[in-house]
Design a protein around this ligand. Structure first.
Ligand code: CA
Length: 223
C-alpha cells in the first residue's frame, strides 16, 4: 500500500530522480513536476500529502507557487532552497511553508523531515478555525474579523478572545461570570462589568454583530 503521494516541484532532473528513489523506498509515490505551472495543475488532480517545492524554478518561481498553493490549500509545504539568502526570504515572507531544507541536502534527511511534517500536520486539531454568522467571518488563526461590508477588523487581544469564546459556543446563553472565568481566567479578581465593557467595544467595532444581551444573565451569540 502506498504511503501517499508527495508532489515534487523541481526543475533539476538529477534531484528529482534521486528523490524518487528515496521516497519510493519509503513507500511513497512521487509525482514530479518540473515547473510551477505544472505543479499547480498537478496539485488539483493528485491530492498530495505534502509538496516539496524548489524556489528557483523557470517561469513562476517557488515563492509565488507557495503563495498560490496557500491561497487554496493547507497541504504541508517544504521549500527546497539553494542559498541561505533564500532561507531568509522564505522565513521573512511568512509564506506559510512548513519547513525548508538548503541544497545540497541529504535525501535521507529530507524524507525524515517530510515524515515529521506529516505527523505534525495530522495531529492538528480539527476544530474549526473560523466561525461565520450574520455576514461576519471570525478567523481564529488570523485573530481578525471580516464584516458584511468586506472590511477587516482586528479587535484587541482580549476582545478577540471574548468574541471567539462566544462564537465557539454559539446559541448558548453565557453568563458574565462564565465569560469572565473562561476568558480572563480563574485568578482574575475583576468585576463582571469588565465583560460588558468589552462587549460594548466589540459592538462598536463590529456593527450588526449577532450578539444578544440576555437580560439578567449575560450574552448569547447568534441564537
Ligand atoms: Ca531549481
Amino acid at each position: 500500500m502506498s504511503a501517499g503521494t508527495i508532489l515534487l516541484i523541481e526543475d533539476e532532473m538529477e534531484i528529482a530522480d534521486l528523490l524518487r528513489m528515496y521516497f519510493e523506498n519509503e513507500g511513497f509515490t512521487l509525482s514530479h513536476a518540473s515547473s510551477g505551472e505544472e505543479g499547480l495543475k498537478r496539485l488539483e488532480g493528485r491530492n498530495p500529502r505534502a509538496v516539496l517545492l524548489d524556489i528557483g524554478l523557470p517561469g513562476i518561481d517557488g515563492i509565488e507557487v507557495c503563495r498560490r498553493i496557500r491561497g487554496a490549500s493547507e497541504v504541508p509545504i517544504i521549500m527546497l532552497t539553494a542559498r541561505d539568502a533564500e532561507v531568509d526570504k522564505v522565513v521573512g515572507l511568512e509564506l506559510g511553508a512548513d519547513d525548508y531544507v538548503t541544497k545540497p541536502f541529504s535525501p535521507r534527511e529530507l524524507v525524515a523531515r517530510v515524515k515529521a511534517v506529516l505527523r505534525r500536520s495530522e495531529e492538528r486539531p480539527i476544530s474549526p478555525d473560523t466561525v461565520e454568522a450574520g455576514g461576519f467571518t471570525i478567523d481564529n488563526g488570523r485573530r481578525e474579523v471580516s464584516t458584511p461590508s468586506g472590511d477587516t477588523i482586528r479587535p484587541t487581544a482580549r476582545e478577540f478572545d471574548l468574541l471567539w469564546y462566544m462564537a465557539s459556543n454559539r446559541g448558548l446563553v453565557l453568563s458574565r461570570a462564565q465569560l469572565l472565568e473562561a476568558v480572563w481566567g480563574y485568578d482574575y479578581f475583576g468585576e463582571t462589568r469588565t465583560v460588558d465593557v468589552h462587549v460594548r467595544q466589540l459592538r462598536k467595532k463590529l456593527e450588526g454583530l449577532p450578539l444578544e444581551t440576555v437580560w439578567g444573565v449575560g450574552y448569547r451569540f447568534d441564537a
